[in-house]
Design a protein around this ligand. Structure first.
Ligand code: NAD
Length: 427
């Protein structure tokens, strides 16, 4: 497993747990040293325990020695990052570098290794990787596309109980071996060509982003016309053709995947002369939605300068410390421009936000951040925020005004306690 970040570490560890022998490789020496001692390097509930178990039974190994790992492995997964480049496309420099390293180190010409691309990569990347490797290595090898769908926070569950596994390859033997690797997981395997496998990943993420932006627009319409988004979502979601998931209105999506994958798909469309209007619209709606709480607060209270806002939740979603493309970052940016004093709290993502905004005030609990605040912004729906004592909060806030960016609270109950409550599409 080359690349021991979020995907590589979870996939490598879980593959070891279902019986394979895995060597996880990374260029980050500190990361590898920590993992070798059984210390997990990402926040993922339950993962450390599985790492330790498989280190102990020697099915899992962490190393920086790519050469040795490539020589010893029958199947080589590439799970390095494919971050967004300046023009919106996926930056493939890390994937290509790994392909070159593999080509240099394969060694034994007779083995017929399988190179599996787990990273999210643009259509045609498998062919490029095949070309890069075959320029240096003249033996037999196969390239398979096996995109990953795990969600941060529920990554182990997602690996062990996937909705589907996608395997794209033109070679029969590679298909058989890939099927055997995942044999223990009970789910449908979609076998296809490499390009389709690559597109399935981008199309799936973009479709989900579209669904979120769609319901957010409908919620904004609810705000204008007096309908209630929760009822609208429930009524829509019962239709099996639509489905209940991803119909939860809120202050926008973020994270390391949706924003970058939507952008990359738009770029891929452009490259092939196919404009992807719906993907573009989803992105545009999301950019506005991220700061909807700021707009709502201004509409209600006018000028926000000199106000104190308690910001609850910084991570892009609960159960992770990941703040990439999080709505909180855009909200902080806007509030600082407007001269607002921010009192922020997140159960675990504080350190990451501190690196970007070292000067805002961070607190150790929701109550501390709410003390003497004029306004509360709920940005990430951590469980602990759902259980807050609002009678207590009513006493400690300067002004009892709540803008709920994830529609987690019951507006009627809060209003009965004396709060002014504003959700998204909730009247
Ligand atoms: P990450 O940034 O967490 O990890 C990438 C790792 O690769 C890092 O540890 C880095 O040090 C290592 N690396 C870079 N160059 C290397 C090299 N030459 N040799 C060895 N290691 C090297 O990234 P991630 O979140 O794990 O994402 C990996 C891929 O999976 C991306 O394409 C991403 O889009 C996709 N993906 C991510 C998620 C997610 O939730 N994070 C879900 C599905 C798919």
């Amino acid at each position: 497993m080359i690349g021991t970040g979020y995907v590589g570490l979870v996939t490598g560890t879980c593959l070891a747990d279902i019986g394979h022998r895995i060597i996880c490789i990374d260029i980050d020496k500190e990361k590898i040293a920590k993992l070798g001692k059984g210390k997990c390097t990402i926040y993922e509930p339950g993962l450390e325990k599985i790492i330790r178990k498989n280190l102990k039974n020697k099915r899992l190994l962490f190393s920086t020695d790519l050469e040795k790992a490539v020589k010893e492995s029958e199947v080589i997964f590439i799970a390095v990052g494919t971050p967004q480049d300046k023009d919106g496309s996926a930056d493939l420099q890390y994937v290509k570098k790994v392909a070159e390293d593999i080509a240099k180190n394969i060694g034994n010409k007779d083995k017929g290794r399988i190179i599996v691309i787990k990273s999210t990569v643009p259509i045609g990347t498998s062919d490029e990787i095949e070309k890069i490797i075959s320029e240096k290595y003249k033996g037999t090898f196969f390239v398979a596309s096996n995109p990953e769908f795990l969600r941060e926070g529920t990554a182990i569950y997602d690996f062990m109980r996937p909705d589907r596994i996608i395997i794209g390859t033109k070679d029969k033997k590679a298909k058989e071996i890939m099927n055997a690797i995942y044999k223990k997981l009970k789910c449908e395997i979609v076998s296809t060509d490499n390009k389709s496998a690559e597109l399935i990943k981008y199309a799936s993420n973009t479709f989900l982003a579209v669904k979120i932006s769609f319901i957010n627009e409908i919620a904004n319409l609810c705000d204008q016309c007096g309908a209630t988004i929760k009822d609208v979502s429930a009524g829509m979601g019962l239709d099996k053709r639509i489905g209940k998931q991803f119909l939860h209105a809120g202050c926008g999506y973020g994270g390391s995947c949706f924003p970058k994958d939507v952008k990359a798909l738009i770029y891929i469309g452009k490259k092939f002369g196919q404009e992807l209007k719906i993907a573009k619209a989803a992105e545009e709606v999301n950019e506005k939605q991220k700061i909807i709480l700021v707009e709502k607060a201004e509409k209600e209270l006018g000028n926000l300068s000199n106000k104190t806002i308690a910001l609850l939740g910084l991570a892009f979603k609960p159960n992770t410390d990941d703040i990439r493309e999080a709505s909180s970052l855009e909200i902080i940016k806007q509030l600082l421009i407007k001269g607002v004093k921010i009192k922020a709290y997140d159960p675990i993502a504080e350190e990451n936000v501190k690196k970007i905004y070292p000067k805002i005030e961070f607190y150790n609990s929701a109550y501390e951040s709410l003390k003497n605040a004029d306004i509360m912004f709920l940005v990430t729906e951590w469980d602990e925020f759902k259980k807050l004592d609002f009678k207590k909060i009513r006493k400690i806030m300067k002004n009892p005004i709540i803008f709920d960016g994830r529609n987690v609270y019951d507006g009627k109950k809060l209003r009965a306690l004396g709060f002014k409550y504003f959700g998204i599409g909730v009247n």
